[in-house]
Design a protein around this ligand. Structure first.
Ligand SMILES: [Zn+2]
Length: 320
């Protein structure tokens, strides 16, 4: 009997990666293409289809593809469109699912944004298995989030619900890529950590390894490594980042009363440097009825998490 698999596709700013994964999380085969080579979406899809078929040929005898899931920046679940994604070459509204459907008319195709896909990945394959209420927070260049309530991902009226990264946490604060001031992701993200680093270095005179790093070379990882070596300014940068995140999570808890909040992405590699201040400030600001009830956990998705999330979208929609 052929094994049922979902095809997960992650459209990233640089690479588009895809893989075939079964319901139990077994990873069968994968491939990738560069996202930005083609200015025309049709040319991009032609190359993607060619690569997918090439990889499919290696497993075609063994598998039965049940659907395609796509995670993409500003992906709209309802319309199957990518809308005004700042980091992609295709401007405006791109009808990605409709166009891909021309190659795969027999398969259901689902799309959502990358953070929502990660949330579903956590629910189907990761640490949120069996949970009905949780929040996924993805910490990368920006901050993404997906809210699951009553076992369902909340898409909202227009398909874009769950944008914790653009909750204003500091009125008239740092300028955000969305054009407004003081959004959470300007503080809590790899970019946010870098901005905090320069602010702290300017404000305090204490010696720090970070003072020797040229502006363009500074990364969240360098700050984390310095903090692990005991560099006080680097430690304070993570304390500040955790404070901003913890306060925002305490507020987020009041909306959906989650059982757990999962943190995913590069910044979480800092471990307790980030988790401890985040947890402390979350509890410090928590409404009493929620105090000490909400678990703050690292994501259980690791390698190929974006593809797992996209494939999980298929299983979640097909309810198999
Ligand atoms: Zn914003």
């Amino acid at each position: 009997m052929k094994k049922q698999v979902a095809l997960g596709i992650d459209v990233g700013g640089t690479n588009t990666t895809f893989g075939f994964i079964d319901r139990d999380g077994n990873y069968l085969a994968d491939g990738n293409i560069l996202t930005q080579t083609h200015e025309d979406i049709s040319d991009y899809l032609r190359e993607l289809h060619y690569e997918i078929e090439k990889v499919t040929d290696t497993i075609r005898e063994k598998v039965d593809i049940v659907g395609i899931g796509i995670g993409a920046p500003n992906g709209n679940f309802y319309k199957g469109t990518i809308e005004f994604a700042p980091n992609l070459r295709w401007k405006g509204v791109v009808r990605l699912c409709d166009l891909l459907k021309e190659y795969y008319p027999q398969l259901p195709i689902y799309m959502t944004n990358d953070a929502n896909a990660a949330a579903i990945g956590e629910m189907v394959y990761g640490g949120a298995k069996g949970m009905k209420d949780f929040i996924m927070v993805t910490l990368g260049t920006g901050l993404g989030s997906g809210f699951v309530a009553n076992g369902q991902l909340i898409y909202g009226h227009d398909g874009f619900a769950g944008e914790l990264g653009h909750v204003i946490v500091a009125p008239n604060g740092r300028q955000c890529g969305c054009g407004r001031l003081g959004c959470l992701e300007t503080y809590v993200s790899a970019t946010g950590v870098k901005r905090t680093a320069y602010k702290m270095l300017a404000r305090y005179t204490a010696p720090s390894i970070l003072r020797t790093i040229p502006f363009n070379d500074m990364t969240a990882k360098i700050v984390a490594d310095a903090a692990l070596k005991g560099d006080q300014i680097a430690i304070d940068i993570f304390k500040y980042t955790g404070k901003m995140l913890g306060e925002a999570l305490a507020n987020a808890v009041t909306y959906t009363s989650p059982e757990a909040i999962f943190l995913f992405g590069g910044l979480t590699k800092a471990g307790d440097l980030l988790f401890k201040p985040t947890h402390d400030h979350m509890e410090m600001n928590m409404l009493k009825i929620f105090a000490n009830k909400v678990k703050l956990l690292p994501s259980q998705l690791d390698k190929n998490a974006a593809i797992y999330g996209s494939a999980a979208l298929v299983w979640n929609e097909l309810k198999v």
